[in-house]
Design a protein around this ligand. Structure first.
Ligand SMILES: Cc1cc2nc3c(=O)[nH]c(=O)nc-3n(C[C@H](O)[C@H](O)[C@H](O)COP(=O)(O)OP(=O)(O)OC[C@H]3O[C@@H](n4cnc5c(N)ncnc54)[C@H](O)[C@@H]3O)c2cc1C
Length: 508
């Protein structure tokens, strides 16, 4: 009898967790390692003074991608996890005081659009219809299939031309609505996956329809409850989890993966390695230079990296029931601020913020009578040269001051606890190139075939999942990347030789 192929998954972010579950469910022997002391990656949970602060993702969409993981183990997700609907999806507050409640309900959305510009209601409806068409191709048709070969890309070019994928999300939106504020409302989604709406391919306009189709959810207990449920699922299938274990080198023999050497010198033998760390960093730091023909250091340097984030997690001893679960607080500038962040890479004195108030949906994430918050400010990645060790505290105070004026009066008087992360966190704790929060940007020339391939073209037996790989960042993207990898290695024959079930050709 052949023994089960040994798999090491490097990184317990959502992509790594999903890949580990899928491969363990196939009967492979999976060891999931992470350098941090707890799993989740960007979805790490900080616990202070009775508060559970979700470190990253809070907008849960396409929940069927999570349901599938439980189904693989013959389980029902609802017996392990409760997802609560969030309404409105987002409350968008403009600098001039106007408010747009963004929901998944066509009629309510038409009323909101009419509040801003009655003449744009028809254009808005046509934009939604366009978003649906893009969704049908970009998500349903292509979101979970590999783009390993140039011909995979060539096949879809005619559809991409028809859908105008060469346009940015902003330019696409401008073709449908005239009001500038509505253009902002309909174009901000790329920021959720690390893209500038002015340069992100309009394929990402699919997010608007994806949210409408399946809703926006929040897990009871926070996103950390999803991570815990997935860990429990993985362990129940017989998988092994090792935290505080950092991969330092991919061991390669004759062009094939042989295992992983971890900090401290221990070796984990493997016939398959799935890397969930930041894709460019995996190539630069773990794959021996002798095995890298495509992803040389100079090529990795030339990629366009996403913006980073400053996030402050704080709790108050007072509740603010008028604040929605997800609020976007727009500053005075939109295009110019994005230009500072993405192109000029300078830390601006103004900002636009996302405020997370999960207590609105689930009071259990704060002590009784208290409120749990995080405020997130998109900032340039580390090429800005900002000295965050020196600037961090002052920046947090600036955000608090702004929130006191806009929507959390008395914030600092009622503060119980606070902590923050800066771009240094993404670089130092999460091993991400340039401290980018979402790996490489979702521009056209870094999407699909042009993104990091899910099956490495450098080392046989190496697969990649997560934000830097196809299809991209965000929970639906990284969960789909695990599905792609699962499909690619479904036919492993025990020696580690792999066959791409879609092409039916041997890659090993
Ligand atoms: C603040 C914030 C808010 C967000 N909000 C949302 C949201 O609301 N909705 C949404 O869908 N998406 C959101 N996102 C994006 C989403 O969180 C990410 O795209 C996604 O979680 C990334 O998952 P991943 O699989 O790429 O792994 P990551 O979460 O990046 O995890 C990778 C893991 O690999 C580990 N690792 C790296 N190198 C090594 C090594 N050498 N050895 C061992 N371990 C290693 C790291 O420690 C880490 O745990 C947000 C992101 C951030 C930062």
């Amino acid at each position: 009898m052949k023994s089960a192929p040994k798999v090491v998954v490097i990184g317990a972010g959502f992509g790594g967790l999903a890949a580990a579950i899928r491969l363990q469910a196939r009967g492979f022997a999976v060891t999931l390692i992470d350098k941090r002391d707890a799993p989740g990656g960007r979805a790490y949970v900080y616990r202070d003074a009775g508060f559970a602060f979700d470190g990253g993702p809070t907008v849960v969409t396409a929940p069927f991608l999570l349901e599938e993981l439980f189904a693989l183990a013959g389980k029902k997700m609802e017996e392990h996890l409760t997802l609560l609907p969030v309404d409105p999806f987002y409350r968008i507050r403009f600098h001039d005081g106007r408010v747009f409640d963004y929901t998944g309900d066509a009629d309510r959305m038409a009323v909101e659009v009419a509040k801003f510009s009655p003449g744009d209601v028809d254009g808005y409806r046509r934009f939604v219809a366009e978003s649906q068409k893009i969704f049908a191709v970009g998500f349903e048709e292509l979101g979970d299939v590999p783009f390993s070969r140039a011909r995979d890309m060539l096949k879809i070019v005619p559809k991409m031309i028809k859908l105008r994928s060469h346009l940015s999300v902003w330019r696409l939106v401008c073709k449908y609505v005239k009001d500038d504020a509505l253009r902002v409302v309909l174009s901000f989604h790329p920021l959720l996956v690390g893209g500038n709406p002015f340069t992100t391919t309009s394929i990402y306009a699919l997010i608007a329809f994806l949210e409408r189709k399946w809703g926006v959810w929040f897990a009871k207990g926070g996103t950390g409850a999803i991570v815990q449920a997935l860990i429990d699922l993985f362990i129940s299938l017989g998988g092994t989890l090792e935290t505080s274990t950092e991969a330092e080198e991919l061991l390669v023999e004759g062009g094939r993966v042989a295992g992983v050497r971890v900090k401290g010198g221990r070796t984990l033998p493997a016939t398959i390695v799935v890397a969930n760390g930041d894709a460019p960093a995996i190539y630069r730091r773990l794959v021996p230079a002798a095995s890298r023909k495509k992803y040389t250091d100079s090529r990795l340097d030339r990629l366009q990296y996403s913006m980073s984030l400053f996030v402050s997690y704080f709790g108050t001893k007072k509740t603010y029931p008028d604040i929605a679960h997800h609020t976007i607080l727009l500053g005075p500038r939109y295009r110019e601020l994005l230009d500072d962040i993405f192109e000029k890479k300078v830390l601006a004195s103004d900002f636009s913020l996302y405020l997370h108030a999960p207590t609105r949906t689930d009071p259990s994430v704060a002590p009784p009578g208290h409120e749990n918050f995080y405020v997130l400010s998109p900032v340039p990645h580390l090429d800005s040269g900002t000295d965050w060790a020196a600037e961090g505290e002052a920046y947090q105070q600036k955000l608090f001051e702004s929130l006191e004026k806009s929507c959390i009066p008395g914030l600092r008087e009622n503060l119980v606890t606070s902590r923050f992360i800066t771009p240094r966190h993404f670089a130092d704790d999460l091993n991400s190139e340039k401290g980018a929060a979402f790996s490489i940007q979702p521009v056209l020339m870094q999407s699909a075939y042009f993104r990091f391939h899910n099956r490495s073209e450098e080392v046989d037996g190496l697969y990649l999942v997560g934000a830097g790989t196809h299809p991209g960042a965000g929970l639906p993207g990284v969960l789909s990347s695990a599905k792609v990898v699962d499909r690619l290695i479904a036919d492993v024959d025990g020696t580690g030789n792999t066959r791409d079930p879609i092409a039916g050709s041997h890659a090993g």
